[in-house]
Every structure is written in structure tokens, then in C-alpha cells.
Design a protein around this ligand. Sequence first.
Ligand code: SF4
Length: 274
Amino acid sequence: MTQGARDLARKEGPGRMAALPGAPSAGAPLPGGCFTEDDLLPLSALQHLVFCERQCGLMFIDRVWRDNSLTLEGSHMHRRVHEEAPRRELRGDLLIARGVHLRSLTLGVVGVADVVEFHRASPPGHDSKEALDVTVKLAGVGGRWRPFPVEYKRGKPKRDRCDEVQLCAQAICIEEMLGVVLMDGALFYGASQRRHEVVFTAELREETCRVSRRLHELFAAGTVPRVERQSKCKSCSLVEICRPDVTGPGRSARRYLANAARIARREEEEEEAM
Ligand code: SF4
């Protein structure tokens, strides 16, 4: 793994994040998978990869970031969830853990979940055998609890499945860390102020594994892919840096330079006209 990838993964590592309730205590080994701790890549890169491979490469290989109003709103929303609310809160039969550190050696990713809820499945002393594989014991609160990840998103549900893949990756991390099976979770969208339930189907799990494999391929190659302009480029914060019109695949060097000169001329004319 490159130093850059290591730095990024470290940024999403435990740091000042909360430990996952119910996980083995610090220092105790967690179950393994096909990757090692050294291979871990940022879980948050998966959603960018589903959105656009080039965006993911620019952000996580070239380490380019540019905010627009959409990304600023998103950062603000995540800050509110991570920093302005208590790390752990018990509300009757609901325990809420915020800013939770997650990792999976099966997917080879490390990251932070906005919220992992734990819903009480049975009171202390009433453990139902059927629920054992979908519930965990939590220190200090008794009984068994069902984990349920919730990811906060600015805006509204997207056309692609980038948000679902990110949530499913979090679910796979939780399953690996706690030794449970997660059936579902939720995405909370700021625009509608509503939760959308996500069922972790076999198909979504397969897609999540495929995307994480592709992420590792991309990092191993270490080059930013070139892609054609797409309708989603309009909302991409990196459009000015990416310039898909001049850097897309199949563009010759001569045409690239001609296009770059044409765009520069147009920008100069626009500046003069202002
Ligand atoms: S501008 Fe378009 S092609 Fe470039 S990174 Fe953004 S979405 Fe991808």
C-alpha cells in the first residue's frame, strides 16, 4: 500500500472516534479476513467510487479536494452528528453510539459510522435462542441488543447505490467486529428529514464486495482513471479540476491541448466581459 493510502486510512482509523459497543476490548484480536491491517483503505472512498471512478481517484490517489455548497452542507451535517451529540446515549430500549470506529479485513476498509443504534431485543435474563445470531450483549446495560447502522446524508436519495454500498460496508464491518448478522440499517436524508430503510440483501452485499475489490485495484494501480463527461459532472465538486471535456478517454494529446487552449480563451473572454 502507498504511503498516501496509509495516511488516508489512518485518518479514518480509531483516533478520537468511539469504540463499537460490544466489540472486544482494545488490544484484543478481532476476527480476520483476506486483508491485513496494513492493507486497509478508507471506507468513505467506496461511495465516491460508485459515484465516479475518476472522482474517487482524484480524491484518494491524487488527494485533491474542493468544496462546493453541497460538500460544505454535508460536512456540517456530519460534524453535528459526530461532535455536537454525546458519543453514547441510552434512551430506554435504544442505545445510540455516535462516531463509531469500524474496520473489516474481509473488505479491507477502515472508517467511521455516523451512528450505530442498538435496539433492545430481550431484557436481562430472557435471552431468546433464535435471536442469538442477530443480537449482542453490551457491557453495563444487560439483555441482548440488535445493532442497526444509520448514516446521515445531505440532500435526497441518489440515482446510484453509492449510499447503500457505504452503509452495507459499515454493516459488514459491524458483523465482523461483533460476530452478528445484520439484516438492515437506514439512511437519513437531510432534504426530506426522513429515514430510508436499507435491507442488506445478498445482491447488495455482493455489490459492496465488488466495489471494495475495485477500490483495492485502483489503489494498487496508483493512477487516476479517465472517464467521459457524465450528467452527474454538473454536481461534482471536482469538475473544474477534472475537466472531463479535455481529459476523457480517447482524447489525443493534440486535441487535449487544443481544447485546453479553447477553454482558457473562453475563460479569458468571460473575465474581460465582466
Ligand atoms: S467531473 Fe465528472 S468525470 Fe470528473 S470526477 Fe466529477 S463526476 Fe467524475
